[in-house]
Design a binder for this molecule. Structure first.
Ligand code: ADP
Length: 387
């Protein structure tokens, strides 16, 4: 669609059954040399409709009074076929409600006939054409966005299918390998010397690490395809926290770390799927152990959330390496890993915290983290109290 500032000629369809008015309008338009207006005058409603269907115009100038029908009828009829046809209404009465009706029926602007002048016409036409150009640009951008969105959804589906397939293909041989390592460790085929036992323990550790990563891949596909459902019941948190810390105690001992708890007395029961919240706690306390130097301390707290009385907050605080503020918001994103010195990097897929946050979200809770670099981090999440 041309912009009159940039184009030499603008094609105008004038629909007006009043000959005197039409002659004046044409004369005013003809005063302009740049752009030059090429005017096609339709003397009746029907003639206007026929022309607009036959030819391409840059702009339409439409009188309100068109015999037994009105410019509003004309607008509705035209816009039923081509919603973006650029039409300016020429209003006789200067009536507010008429103007509103015209704009609602798709007119891009209006000019009261009594104010009509060469400048006024040129300015309104110029604005009208620019408005249509912007609308078309917007519509094109919208179409492009929709296309990109569709492609992205397709790509996400492919990635999910790939995750699932990969997890499946890795899990089966890994389970078999672990089983054979266990058979060897149990000395079923014959006794082992200490070095062989040590190597097999190392292999066992690697298998467990791989197994955790594969499980994370499974969880991601389940979460993202909505196939993960919860079995939430009113449950007490204290036994679960105790169980998780008991499970991780050997790891803490190996790093000479202290595991403390501080659970508020009379803590209400919460709504939770115990296995899933166990998974969250294992991950958060596991990370605290992983990212804290030997000799550090971990504290697990649970208390009624001061900000929301029907929630319990569980917080895991460590005295570890901490996370830079700039990266604190990113750590809950899928596959995110804090940038660090490669010599201190711990292997992982960067899926753990994402899965934890999604699991907590499924419970209707929220998860957040605070941290001071070199001093430690606190990860906390909320759960709904059971009624
Ligand atoms: P990964 O499985 O790779 O450990 P996570 O999603 O569990 O991934 O964690 C993402 C990143 O957040 C980790 O790589 C680590 O850099 C950082 N992180 C998580 N927990 C802690 C913590 N308690 N202290 C310091 N950094 C942490």
């Amino acid at each position: 669609m041309p912009n009159p500032g940039a184009y030499d000629t603008v094609k105008v369809l004038l629909v007006d059954d009043d000959e005197d008015d039409a002659i004046i309008t044409q004369a005013l338009l003809e005063q302009s040399s740049l752009p030059r207006f090429e005017i096609d005058w339709a003397r009746s409603y029907d003639a206007g409709l026929t022309r607009i269907k036959e030819r391409q115009y840059d702009i339409g100038l439409l009188d309100y009074n068109l015999g037994s029908r009105t410019g509003i009828d004309f607008l509705r009829e035209v816009h039923a076929d081509s919603p973006h046809a650029p039409i300016i209404m020429l209003t006789g009465q200067g009536n507010e409600s008429l103007v509103l009706q015209a704009l609602e029926s798709g007119a891009i602007d209006y000019i009261p006939k009594r104010n009509i002048s060469s400048e006024n016409l040129q300015r309104t036409i110029s604005h009208g054409i620019e408005k249509i150009r912007l609308q078309e640009e917007l519509a094109a951008n919208q179409r492009q966005l929709e296309k990109t969105n569709k492609e992205l959804k397709q790509r996400t589906n492919e990635i999910q299918r790939f995750y699932h397939l990969l997890a499946h293909e890795l899990k089966t041989p890994l389970t078999a390998a672990s089983e054979f390592v266990n058979i060897l460790l149990e000395s079923i085929p014959g006794s082992l010397n200490p070095a062989q036992t040590d190597y097999l323990h190392l292999i066992q550790g690697c298998c467990q690490h791989l197994d955790r990563n594969i499980n994370d891949l499974y969880e991601i596909t389940r979460l993202e395809t909505g196939k993960l459902s919860l079995n939430q019941q009113p449950e007490a948190l204290a036994p679960l926290v105790k169980d998780v810390l008991h499970y991780l105690a050997p790891k803490a001992q190996a790093k000479n770390m202290a595991l403390h708890t501080s659970l508020a007395p009379d803590l209400p029961h919460v709504m939770m799927d115990v296995q899933r919240i166990r998974q969250v706690l294992l991950n958060l306390v596991g990370n605290a152990l992983k990212f804290t130097e030997n000799g550090g301390t971990i504290l697990v707290q649970a208390y009624e959330d001061p900000l929301c009385s029907d929630r319990v907050r569980v917080a895991i605080q460590d005295t570890g390496m901490g996370i830079p503020q700039s990266q604190l918001t990113g750590i809950f994103e899928r596959l995110y890993q804090v940038e660090k010195d490669p010599s201190t990097a711990s292997p992982g897929l960067g899926l753990g915290l994402f899965i934890c946050r999604e699991l907590v979200k499924l419970h209707g809770g929220t998860m957040s983290a605070t941290s001071t670099l070199g001093k430690g981090s606190t990860f906390s999440f909320t759960l709904r109290c059971a009624q």
